[in-house]
Write a protein that binds this ligand. Structure first.
Ligand SMILES: Nc1ncnc2c1ncn2[C@@H]1O[C@H](COP(=O)(O)OP(=O)(O)O)[C@@H](O)[C@H]1O
Ligand SMILES: [Mg+2]
Length: 259
């Protein structure tokens, strides 16, 4: 099986990028796929939730991008063993950024680092930060696909059309193979009537095939990070676990039809 590299992107914080990256990763891992998660957000929420101990000294994705360690030294396996992860670090500072920008084409570095290493995995899932555009650009250059989680409210629609424009630009300028694999409607904290109206509007504007099954609001998702467990281990019978499994079924279906 050829490796699929998938970025989860949306500049809007709180749209569910981290939640969705981690739980899709865990479910794919549970189904026997080899999965690598990459945390590009210096807030390092994905790293924390995955169970990597962020208090100890460890190598992060930034160390790897800065040539401070080879990529395999920055890969960690949580106890549950459902995926591997390359963590982020909140220690990345202005000096580090200067060093990164001094490399030729810093935006291509992630792609180059992953080129050979990714072959160990069926899926590489990349969680991107809300700011720090260079990291998101790097992620999209390294990816075959992008998935956009979106909160179903009217303001989010405007953000969505901007994001799609940007993806087309990156597609044209840097990475012709990049495709939008899906939009994931996240109904977090919204009354369903409003959410339904917004979803209808999105469906008018995009090919229905790329609209994934939605993720409902589920308090279990807000609780799980404290225990550092993905939803399929934290609460197998939850709504969220059911939604994520349908989402993964759909994603695998779409990917099968790609090749
Ligand atoms: N469907 C949902 N149900 C309940 N809580 C959710 C849901 N989606 C996201 N959350 C919560 O919302 C917050 C933001 O989600 P997160 O995945 O961190 O978004 P992002 O990475 O896009 O900033 C987190 O506290 C998360 O637990
Ligand atoms: Mg996040």
């Amino acid at each position: 099986m050829k490796t699929s590299v998938i970025s989860f992107a949306n500049k809007k914080g709180g749209s569910g990028k981290t939640t969705i990256t981690l739980n899709i990763g865990a479910i794919l891992g549970d189904r026997g796929y080899r999965v690598l998660l990459i945390d590009l957000d210096p807030q390092a929420h994905l790293s924390y939730w995955s169970g990597v101990n962020t208090y100890d000294e460890y190598f992060s994705i930034y160390d790897c991008l800065l040539d401070r360690c080879p990529i395999n030294k920055a890969v960690y396996t949580p106890e549950h063993n459902l995926f591997d992860i390359i963590p982020a670090s909140n220690k990345f500072d202005k000096d580090d950024l200067k060093v990164l920008l001094n490399f030729t084409k810093p935006e291509n570095r992630l792609n180059r680092k992953l080129m050979l290493y990714k072959k160990k995995y069926d899926f590489v899932l990349i969680d991107t930060p809300p700011t720090f555009a260079l990291m998101t650009l790097g992620a999209l250059i390294a990816s075959d696909f992008v998935i956009i989680p979106i909160l179903l409210n009217f303001l989010a629609i405007e953000g969505l059309s901007q994001l799609v424009q940007n993806i087309y630009k990156i597609n044209y300028l840097y990475n012709p193979k990049l495709k939008i694999l899906g939009i994931i409607p996240n109904q977090f904290n919204l009354r369903s009537n409003h959410a339904k109206k917004v979803l209808a509007e999105i469906k008018e504007n995009f090919d229905n095939k790329i609209i994934f099954p939605k993720l409902r609001n589920d308090i279990k998702l807000a609780e799980a990070p404290e225990f550092r467990l993905p939803i399929n281990l934290y609460s197998k019978k939850s709504k969220a676990n059911m939604d994520f499994n349908l989402m993964v079924d759909y994603m695998l279906d779409v990917l099968n039809n790609e090749v």
